[in-house]
Ligand binder design. Sequence first.
Ligand code: SF4
Length: 264
Amino acid sequence: MEKPIRHLLGLSGGKDSAALAIYMKEKVPEMEYFFADTGSELPETLEFVNIMQDYLGKEITRINSGRDFEHFLKLKGNFLPNAHFRWCTQYMKLAPFEKFVGTDKAITYVGIRADELYREGYLVSNKSNIQAKYPFKEDGLLKEDILRILEDSGVGIPKYYNWRSRSGCYFCFFQRKEEWVGLYENHPELFEKARVYEQFHHERGRNYTWSPGESLDHIIARADKIKAEAEVRYDAKRAKNLFEAVLQEEDDAPEDQSCPICSI
Ligand code: SF4
């Protein structure tokens, strides 16, 4: 007898996948939840995944590559990943996901919203046995709907949204400059690890910086200016609470176009 189709929903630790899990909980009771843990996640992300597991009342399977970032860094000739060469997503997120699915026929539910047209076509998987479904797009749900789902459920918004706009690795190159400052202020030990990776490249005569055109040292040297510019841009200081701050935040900049499996 043919195996039934698996229904899968990946929690990234971000708000949209969390809201989707809440939205789909009653609609697809047989849903399997998973979280692709790179081993370089923020503590707040891991905490939020635990909160989601309690809410869903079902295990969220933690999947990983079995290797750490440094292993893959060596494998890639010590070249750090970047927006054009995302070997990190491939090795540390997509490959463990595809192994988790194996040859089973599966539908993976992705939390791309109706207002995120620019994300269309982003890689979910190359495997023909895995189909993607986008319930928020199909049902026309927008950012404010997603935030309302999180508020009404009592789950709320992940704590890192106080200083960062997405889940994903602490060193993710999709971070905005003010988010690097946030990492420095909230997790100085993780910032230092990212700085050491960058330094490692400089010592080998490469110009690569995690943040385009500027080293982490330079970012911290002008942290006050970066924060002031960010406040003007996002108006977050004038927002009444985290809900409004996240709602007001722009998220259609090129640096926001990370892969769904990392940050939706
Ligand atoms: S979160 Fe960023 S650094 Fe981590 S795997 Fe995804 S793209 Fe790469």
